[in-house]
Design a protein around this ligand. Sequence first.
Ligand code: PLP
Length: 395
Amino acid sequence: MTADPRFDPVIDRRGSDCVKWDMMEKLYGVPCDSGLAMWVADMDFRPPQGVLDAVREQLDHGIIGYYGDDSDYRAAICWWMKERHGWAVDPAAIFTTHGLVNGTALCVDTWSAPGDGIVLFTPVYHAFAKVINGNGRRVIECEMPFDGDRYTLDFEAFDKVVEADGGAKMMILCSPHNPNGRVWTRAELEGFAAFAKRHDLILVSDEIHHDLVYPGHTHIPMAHIDGIEDRLVMMTATTKTFNIAGSHSGNVIVHDEKLRADFAARMLGLGMSPNSFGLFMAKAAYSPEGAAWLDGLIAYLDGNRKLFDAGINEIPGLKSVPLEATYLSWVDFTGTGMTREEFTRRTEQDAKIAANHGPTFGKGGESFLRFNIATPRANVEAAVERMQAAFGDLQ
Ligand SMILES: Cc1ncc(COP(=O)(O)O)c(C=O)c1O
């Protein structure tokens, strides 16, 4: 397993007003001084040096004014999508939002009305449901089958759910998927596309995790699936890839002219324009230096996932679902026969680990916890030891 001086150092984030470490006591009852924060999806690593330098350059100049011509920024996005994903993006199709939760909210607001249904494939990233409910729309949950090892899709069952509801206007796809770690195959993406067409849905594809894919798997942008151009909205960001979530910046990419006009009108109506720091950071990140850093990160995370899975799967009754992408390990406690309260209590109070609770991800998440493994190897080792001790009586 590779170790890497860029990712091995443990940087103490406590007391830095970060949500992950500084809020875990309040939210999970896990003490800040001795606990391990393995919940919210940001990493305990510094971004590439060029990204930090880009911010420092602005600070050294000292005047933080409005951003001007953004053509270099758009060009950097187009370069990255072509270089890393083989995807040709029209610079004019890019809208910059305050992150992708905000991007999701804007999509919901633009292409649905209060009371409409929005389809989610659960268990899935919890903020989708929050945004849908917060906008007075309804979540339609299509629960993905899980065979104890891997998640699959059952479009016949999903059709029935949507037909029974009768009010669906949009679907939000998570690709790659958080939290089940799947990289959807071409056949599966074609299945999602056909589903959107059958039910006449706007298809919003959140691809924020598209750069964090492990060897042996290839992410296919939804934009590469034919026949859905007139209903497709793509969402990407630098923030997960380069660990700059605090920049609250994301891209909604809309190639269809009619949809683009709808979205532009909504952005205008809400008076939205980007934060300049997000643009500076994105320009620096989407570069050859950023690409080399990312390759190193993936190798490191690959080592973490192997270590974590091996250690967790040694505990009888626990199953860490194999990750094809993302740094969010989805652990099933069904085999322990314990109540949710009991396995959560052992994780939080005995192991002193803050991990996301499965039910927040919707139907199918009841017996799970989600562990963020994007942390120095030493923390992953400690997490495995603590979990083995907390569930030691099952050995
Ligand atoms: C699928 C998905 N979309 C969006 C986000 C968050 O996006 P942002 O921080 O840009 O609002 C996350 C964070 O975990 C995520 O997993």
